[in-house]
Design a protein around this ligand. Structure first.
Ligand code: B12
Length: 215
């Protein structure tokens, strides 16, 4: 069984402890560098995303895998990369959050985890995030993309507020704004002047890569 096969099995089984153990021992024995593990895990997450698209697995399977991958990256791979001085290849910086008036977090976290495991640096601002906070954070971290999630009709208008905030500060051209969430659509993204919309986490990765010219 190759290292990739073992990682895939543990991710599919949501075996967080096993995955942490395997990543730690692979790094210690120099079988793989942390950044190599991150790349393999990104590839596995793409495979799992495809399985979900093809209806071979269900949403909880996808969320379970994304969650344990996020924890392993946060607890093992990120610290190991920092300690080794090895710079993590970053494809881009993304600020993401759920807009004002909205407490739904799962979809936005899933999009964040997928982007993270595909090589992007993610700044997850949480829920009920104000327009000013999105723009302040994007400025602070030098982001290229701002991702806005809205799950309720009542909060959709706050996605437009973020674009207005960028316009009022003269920063609109500096960022690509992407939106998502069940009441939103590609038409709505056009209507409010966003740069893109994605239906799910897998499409979000493709959209971001397209917007950043990474395809
Ligand atoms: C779980 C849930 C809750 C949980 C949230 C827990 C949490 N921590 O997230 C709780 C119980 C707290 C909750 C509360 C409420 N909820 Co609720 N909730 C849901 C539920 C059942 C699932 C949402 C979910 O997590 N889906 C799974 C994720 C993975 O999917 P997703 O969120 O759609 O995200 C995907 C895409 O949309 C996209 N995406 C999402 N965000 C982004 C961002 C970007 C940038 C991109 C590119 C893509 C993207 O990618 C994601 C991954 O594939 C939905 C029903 C449903 N079937 O959707 C109702 C639902 C969203 N809730 C609803 C409502 C009305 C509420 C409440 C107002 C209820 C109330 N009266 O109190 C409150 C909200 C209060 C508030 N101010 O926010 C309505 C919204 C209707 C509407 N159009 O307005 C829904 C649709 C239920 C319904 N049919 O009525 N809810």
């Amino acid at each position: 069984m190759t290292l990739e096969d073992k990682l895939k099995e543990l991710i599919s089984e949501w075996d967080e402890d096993g995955l942490k153990e395997l990543c730690s021992t692979s790094i210690e024995s120099k079988e793989a560098k942390p950044s190599e593990l991150l790349k393999i895990i990104g590839k596995i997450m793409q495979f799992i995303g495809k399985q979900f698209e093809d209806e071979e697995i269900f949403l909880p399977d996808l969320i379970g895998s994304a969650n344990i991958v996020k924890n392993v990256i946060d607890d093992i791979l990120d610290p190991a990369i920092r300690q080794s001085g090895e710079s993590k290849e970053t494809l881009g910086r993304i600020v993401i959050g759920t807009v004002e008036g909205d407490v739904h977090s799962i979809g936005k976290d899933l999009v964040g985890s997928f982007l993270f495991s595909n090589g992007f640096e993610i700044y997850n601002l949480g829920e009920e995030v104000s327009a000013a906070t999105f723009v302040d954070k994007a400025e602070e971290v030098g982001a290229q993309i701002i991702g806005l999630s809205s799950l309720i009709t009542m909060s959709m208008g706050f996605q437009r507020e973020v674009i207005k905030e960028l316009n009022s500060r003269g920063l609109r051209e500096k960022y690509k704004v992407i939106i998502g969430g069940s009441p939103t659509s590609s038409e709505y993204a056009d209507e409010i002047g966003a740069d893109g919309w994605a239906d799910d986490a897998i499409e979000a990765v493709m959209l971001v890569k397209k917007l950043l010219g990474l395809n």
